[in-house]
Design a protein around this ligand. Structure first.
Ligand code: FAD
Length: 254
């Protein structure tokens, strides 16, 4: 495999990552991990590395931290799980935040977290490829016009950052508007309209409620039988009870 190791630059803590972006496209040697994604997972990893004094480079394709929460979620969203189970390492939610923070509160928490640990992602850097060079023992990471070389490569790109639309027969003949939940913002946009929500997970259920509250005529398509559980049982989070039970008894019983 062809390598361009003669032009490697090294970050010495003087912001050369940023300078390198403006210079010609020479590979930049990162003396620590490259992290892709400035969502909660990437931030958590970055904070833990900071705590241990390990240098790293974080690349994020959008222009903010927590972009999934900021750009691809609906307005009425609150965390579905209690804040104790969603906090990131080394920094709990402030006590005044409710048990189930709103989307806005969660975004503020992520921003405060990045600030507290002085995490400075390189924004608008979309990673296009990452190739491991087994002979040299490092990764070649290509993002926009830049190439980075590193020994450790951490993928924190999320499990639902990209919309997935099922291949539904005849869908191209549908004359109405068709959107993925990542583009849905508010039920008020659908007032008085007939809406079919496909899928009955947390988002499908909550968006159906939002539409009903805004006088849309809603139908919900559910593929299979499903279990609907309350958020809390006897004042305790159902999620916390089930994870606790899973530790004690086999999953079939719990
Ligand atoms: C509606 C909704 C409600 C949810 N509610 C909860 C909840 O209550 N509790 C909970 O724990 N979880 C919840 N989740 C799950 C959610 O996935 C997590 O909260 C969390 O956002 C996952 O963090 P992450 O960092 O792994 O991924 P993400 O938040 O998806 O972050 C991934 C980041 O990687 C970036 N990225 C992706 N590809 C590239 C690339 N090629 N180059 C550069 N950057 C890239 C993206 O822009 C993004 O910023 C919810 C999700 C949704 C959609």
């Amino acid at each position: 495999m062809e390598m361009h190791t003669t032009t490697i630059q090294e970050d010495k803590g003087d912001g050369i990552f940023h300078k390198a972006m403006n210079s010609e496209s020479k590979p930049v040697w990162i003396p620590g991990p490259v992290i892709i994604g400035a969502g909660p997972s990437g931030l958590a990893v970055a904070a833990c590395l900071k705590e241990r004094g390990v240098p790293f480079l974080m690349l994020e394709k959008e222009s903010c931290v927590g972009s999934l929460w900021r750009l691809k979620t609906y307005n009425r969203l609150q965390l579905h799980l209690p804040k104790e189970t969603c906090k990131l390492p080394h920094m709990p939610f402030p006590p005044e935040i409710p048990a189930y923070p709103t989307k806005k509160q969660f975004i503020s928490y992520l921003e405060a977290y990045a600030k507290h640990f002085a995490i400075e992602p390189m924004f608008r850097q979309e990673v296009q490829s990452a190739i491991y060079d087994a002979r040299m023992g490092f990764w070649r990471v290509q993002a926009n016009e830049s190439e980075f070389l590193c020994r450790w490569f951490i993928v924190a790109t999320g499990e639902n950052a990209e919309p997935v639309l099922p291949d539904i027969e005849g869908i191209s003949d549908f004359k109405g508007s068709l959107i993925h939940t990542s583009r849905y913002k508010d039920g008020a946009d659908f007032e008085g309209q007939k809406v079919l929500v496909v899928g009955c997970g947390n988002s499908g259920m909550e968006i159906s409620l939002d539409l009903c509250n805004n006088d849309a005529q809603v139908s919900l398509a559910v593929r299979d039988k499903l279990h609907i559980l309350p958020r809390e049982i006897l004042g305790r989070s159902t999620f916390c009870i089930s994870t606790w039970l899973l530790k004690l008894v086999p999953s079939k019983i719990s």
